[in-house]
Design a protein around this ligand. Structure first.
Ligand code: NDP
Length: 354
């Protein structure tokens, strides 16, 4: 059995969801009330792979909302309680979705293995970051050529390059894809120097200098709401893969020739009969699309590979990306792409010609 541990994208959307699901006391509750609320296993569903294998899954809402990020003790308690509930519910592989994996790592919850009477078994959990990194790299490889960008000649900026996902993306793009140049962007200098040394390539630049030089920008950092992008200075065409959470680049980088793609999102080959996940996730096709980290928990269960596959920071290997990527394709996932946009603009152009 697989599990998805998630949360709403904001307090307002969490209250709205509670109202739709028939929990009026939660819909009217304030942040203090939500802070003390326990996690909920809100939905069970079953999923069939392209191979014909059927597995059962569950969605656990941690009842965390991003507005609680500064309430450190609350955030920590929310993640640990959700993990405890997943384990007690008999779930073999659970993905830590949204901010829950970041809270786990940043607050060093490895030290908090004992939650009341439950000793958390780490092999039941994954951050899902290996699949996310692989999907983002596939999105770059598949979509840049659609815009006429030749990756062998292209400059690719990775914002959040030193992170768990970012460092894996840098490895893949430099060693597998073979992009012409990598620009490495993050705030702390030493991890950037360490990354550059381990890659044996890459130029370290501040964000405002990297953006105007990039044909492709991969965003794998949670950027502040206040971030603004000077679109006039971007290359055209420019592919932006918005792999951070929350995904807020489409409004910040809207301009002719700038193509923003939701990064780290996959589409399953068939509809999944889930209701709450569809309501909670902000997806274009909510019965099929999901975060790649969630899909990783499904893949581990399809493959009966019940390990903490993605764990800790900066441990992702190219071999692990190959493995999860092959499983992803075998079981019926596809990275979301720009095809729809390109297809629409082609047919619009066709209409104009006739
Ligand atoms: P990490 O915490 O490991 O890495 C974050 C990276 O971003 C670091 O390199 C950090 O370096 C950098 N960073 C943070 N803030 C800024 C900033 N203001 N400007 C420039 N760089 C910055 O995170 P993960 O790799 O685990 O996750 C990365 C992102 O991907 C997160 O937003 C996460 O929520 C999202 N995610 C998305 C998924 C999906 O869409 N399917 C699945 C899983 C995660 P420094 O601190 O030095 O700046």
């Amino acid at each position: 059995m697989f599990g998805l541990i998630g949360h709403s994208t904001s307090f307002a959307s969490a209250r709205h969801l509670a109202e739709r699901l028939g929990y009026p006391e939660y819909a009217a509750g304030d942040l203090d009330m939500w802070s003390s609320a326990p996690p909920q296993l809100v939905e069970r569903f079953s999923v069939e792979s392209l191979t014909g294998r059927r597995i059962e899954g569950a969605y656990i809402d941690s009842v965390f909302v991003p507005e609680m990020l500064r309430r450190f003790k609350t955030a920590k308690r929310k993640v640990l309680n959700a993990m405890e509930l997943a384990q007690k519910s008999g779930i073999d592989s659970s993905a830590l979705g949204g901010f829950t994996s970041i809270i786990f790592e940043d607050m060093n919850l490895l030290k908090e293995q004992q939650v009341r009477a439950t000793t958390l078994e780490w092999e039941r959990f994954t951050t899902g970051n290996t699949h996310t990194a692989w999907v983002i790299c596939r999105q770059v490889e598949a979509n840049a050529p659609l815009l006429g960008i030749d990756l062998a000649k292209a400059t690719v900026a990775v914002v959040g390059a030193t992170g768990d996902i970012g460092s894996a993306v840098c490895q893949w793009l430099s060693r597998r894809t073979g992009v012409a140049e990598l620009l490495l962007v993050a705030r702390k200098p030493q991890p950037l120097l360490d990354l550059q040394a381990s890659l044996g390539c890459g130029r370290i630049l501040p964000l405002e200098e990297a953006l105007p030089q990039a044909d492709v920008v991969v965003w794998v950092a949670s950027m502040p709401e206040s971030l603004s992008i000077d679109v006039a200075n971007l290359r055209k065409p420019c592919l932006m893969v918005d792999g951070g959470y929350p995904k807020n680049l489409d409004s910040k980088a809207a301009a002719e020739g700038v193509h923003v793609l939701k990064g780290g999102i996959v589409e399953f080959y068939t509809d999944i009969d889930w209701q709450v996940v569809a309501l909670a996730a902000d997806m274009a096709r909510p019965q099929r699309q999901m975060f790649a980290c969630f899909a990783e928990a499904m893949l581990l269960d399809f493959e009966e590979h019940h390990t903490n596959f993605s764990w800790g920071r900066n441990n992702i290997t190219l071999a692990a990306m190959d493995w999860i990527g092959a499983a992803s394709l075998r079981h019926g996932f596809q990275a979301v792409g720009l095809e729809t946009v390109v297809h629409l603009s082609r047919s619009t152009a066709g209409l104009a010609r006739h």
